[in-house]
Design a protein around this ligand. Structure first.
Ligand code: SF4
Ligand code: SF4
Length: 272
């Protein structure tokens, strides 16, 4: 019988919650009968840090990486753009899977590292509603109940998930912003701005350095220099810029000269 889909509601209501000290027994290595079966026909949502790691591992520019290895489906009720890992349209297998496993193993996405653990993030309405881990049991995965017994904490450490959590913290904050629960919607131009700043970082770099953006905002010289080559510094700036532009938060400081010209423009508009 096929697995029943795990909906968000089902996870929050029915699935046993695990703490960092909860244990599970699991074996996943070359030699298990199901080896790499989980790398097919799967929806893997990519974070900005996932994309940054993978495009670097593959030696690609972000725009090229996105075009070759991802899809960005769009539905009318979608609040912001999402990027999914592309599967081979015929075999439905991930484009990075080989006979001996994942060809980008050291830089595989957060979701691939986590499996078979899931992370639920209930809306925090009571003190009981905290993020929790849970075990994903799918028929295709035969690793359960075999091999080592380890804690959730051990798994997170062994799979290098903590680094991904740390690097993804600002993006997670952006995703959980109350703006998304409101009535306002992003315009197509804002959607593109979001896509570029979060996912297409090399295009965002050109936008930063080839437009008048840096003439408008007060950004420390050392930070500007770092953003020329350091993707993580640029991503941090990109997320602050999005919060400033989309949510009108004071995450960026406008240069006094830019504020004065804006003021002059406003007063001219007032006179016309
Ligand atoms: S990125 Fe690697 S681990 Fe993730 S689905 Fe593709 S082959 Fe599997
Ligand atoms: S299906 Fe489960 S045990 Fe098999 S390779 Fe994937 S994670 Fe490992």
């Amino acid at each position: 019988m096929p697995d029943e889909p795990l909906t968000e509601e089902k996870i929050i209501r029915e699935v046993p919650r695990m703490t960092l000290d909860s244990t599970f027994t699991f074996r996943c290595e070359m030699g298990v009968a199901c080896f790499t079966r989980c790398c097919a026909d799967v929806s893997i949502v990519l974070t900005p840090y996932d994309i940054q790691r993978m495009k670097k591992a593959l030696g690609l520019d972000s725009s090229e990486f996105l075009a070759r290895y991802t899809i960005s489906p769009f539905t009318p009720d979608q609040k912001f753009p999402v990027v999914l890992l592309k599967m081979n349209p015929e075999s439905r297998r991930c484009l990075h899977v080989t006979e001996s496993g994942c060809s980008i193993y050291r830089d595989r996405p957060w979701a691939c590292r986590m499996y078979p653990l899931g992370l639920a993030q209930p809306e925090q309405t009571t003190s009981e509603d905290r993020d929790f881990h849970f075990l994903i049991h799918e028929e295709l995965c035969q690793g359960h109940g075999e091999g080592r017994t380890l804690t959730v904490r051990d798994w997170i450490e062994e799979q290098g998930i903590e680094e991904y959590n740390m690097m993804g913290a600002s993006f997670k904050e952006l995703m959980l912003h109350p703006f998304w629960n409101g009535e306002k919607e992003l315009t197509p131009a804002q959607m593109d701005m979001f896509f570029m700043a979060c996912y297409d970082l090399d295009r965002f770099r050109r936008f930063v350095f080839e437009t008048r953006l840096l003439r408008l905002f007060d950004v420390h010289e050392a930070r500007v220099e770092a953003m020329r080559t350091d993707d993580l510094e640029l991503l941090d700036f990109a997320l602050q810029w999005l919060r400033f532009s989309l949510f009108q938060e004071k995450t960026m400081k406008i240069k006094p000269s830019a504020a004065r010209s804006a003021g002059r423009a406003d007063s001219r508009e007032g006179l016309s």
